[in-house]
Structures are given as C-alpha cells and as structure tokens.
Design a protein around this ligand. Structure first.
Ligand code: COA
Length: 175
C-alpha cells in the first residue's frame, strides 16, 4: 500500500513567526522566492507575486508559543492549532451540536480536535461571514478520519487532515 503525500506544506515552529512560516511554506509550494504576503481586509492572509494573485493559498495559526502555517497550490486552505488539553464540557454547547457533544463524551479530546477543524474550515471558507461554529459539523470519528460538513450552499467540500505535534492538535482544511 502506498500513502500519498498530502497536497499541502505544513510548517510548525516555536522559533518563527506565523508570517515567516507562511512565506516559507508558500515558497515551497510555488517553487519561487519572490512571493509576498499581505492580508485581505478581513484579516485573511493572501499571497501575491509581482502584485498579482500567486495561485496558491496560505493560512496561519499561533498558540502557546507555537506558530503554524500551511500553504497549498490551486486550492484554499485553513489551519488551526490548539493545545491537546481538555475543553471543559460546560463550554461545548457554544461550538458543538448535540450530536457532536455526544461523540465527544466517548473521548473528551475530540472537542479540541473539533474546535481546530471548525476554525480551520472557517479560515479556509470563501465567505466566512455566513459561518458559525455550529454550522460546521464534525462527524465520522469512528472511521478514524473525521470530516467536516457545512451548509450546502458552500458548494466546495471541505477535506480535513489532522496532525499531532508536541502536545498540540493541528487541523488543516482544504477546499
Ligand atoms: C480570525 C480567527 C479565525 C483567528 O483565529 P484565532 O484562533 O483567534 O487565532 P489563530 O492564531 O489561530 O489565527 C490567527 C491568524 O488567522 C488569520 N486570519 C485572520 N482573519 C482571518 C480570516 N477572516 N480568514 C482566515 N484567516 C484569518 C491571520 O493570518 C492570523 O494570523 P496573522 O495575523 O499573524 O496573519 C478567529 O479570531 C475568528 O474570528 N474566528 C471566528 C469565530 C467563529 O465564528 N468561528 C466559526 C468557526 S466554526
């Protein structure tokens, strides 16, 4: 059996800024060094080459001194990082549906993974203003590869990748 490499570059470091990692990841996916990073008015990071769209997307997250960035060519991407520590069950109702909360009772760390998946999906989304935590639903835990489902009008299907790194949960969502 062969396992295909994920179609994105993910970098994590305690000694770099998110911006530095985002540019390094962008250089790797584009194969050129003259890429620049700025932000859309929403705060979403954006890659440019010679003032034009670079044809690649990037996302940034920071938590507890760890910076993370992910870049992909020809698609949209979102990344989020959180410590792999429990989120108190009393807070679940703010971001989990009843079905998700039931799934998280079986393994409370699922709530952290769900949070990172939802934030990564939000960052990847083309029109995040319309999205709320409970509209992005995490399902499929028992398959070992949980996925996210969101409103049908956001026609692109989110593809989820999860990684553990030094006590942190990192989720990447591709559109
Ligand atoms: C913007 C937001 C996603 C940032 O997440 P965070 O957990 O606070 O912080 P993180 O460190 O993970 O991410 C910060 C990075 O997000 C990026 N970001 C900011 N606004 C963004 C947006 N609208 N879309 C995508 N990425 C954005 C930036 O790159 C920022 O890093 P930078 O300023 O160094 O470039 C978050 O503050 C937010 O507003 N979330 C929306 C809440 C919500 O309703 N979520 C629904 C999810 S279901």
């Amino acid at each position: 059996m062969t396992t295909a490499a994920p179609p994105f570059v993910l970098l994590a470091s305690v000694g770099s800024t998110g911006r530095q990692l985002a540019l390094a990841a962008a250089v790797r996916v584009l194969g050129r060094r003259d890429v620049e990073l700025d932000h859309e008015p929403t705060g979403r990071p954006r890659l440019r080459v010679a003032g034009s769209p670079a044809g690649a997307d990037v996302s940034i997250s920071h938590c507890g001194g760890l910076a993370v960035a992910a870049a992909v060519r020809g698609r949209r991407i979102g990344v989020d990082v959180e410590p792999l520590a429990g989120i108190p069950a009393r807070s679940w109702r703010y971001f989990l549906t009843d079905a998700e909360a039931a799934d998280c009772c079986a393994d409370t760390l699922r709530a952290v993974w769900a949070w990172t998946m939802k934030e990564a999906a939000y960052k990847a989304a083309a029109s995040p203003a319309a999205l709320h935590f409970r509209q992005i639903a995490v399902h499929g835990w028992d398959s070992g590869a949980p996925q996210v489902r969101w409103p049908a009008e956001l026609t692109l299907l989110p593809e989820v990748f999860i990684r553990r790194h030094a006590g942190f949960a990192i989720s990447v969502v591709l559109l």
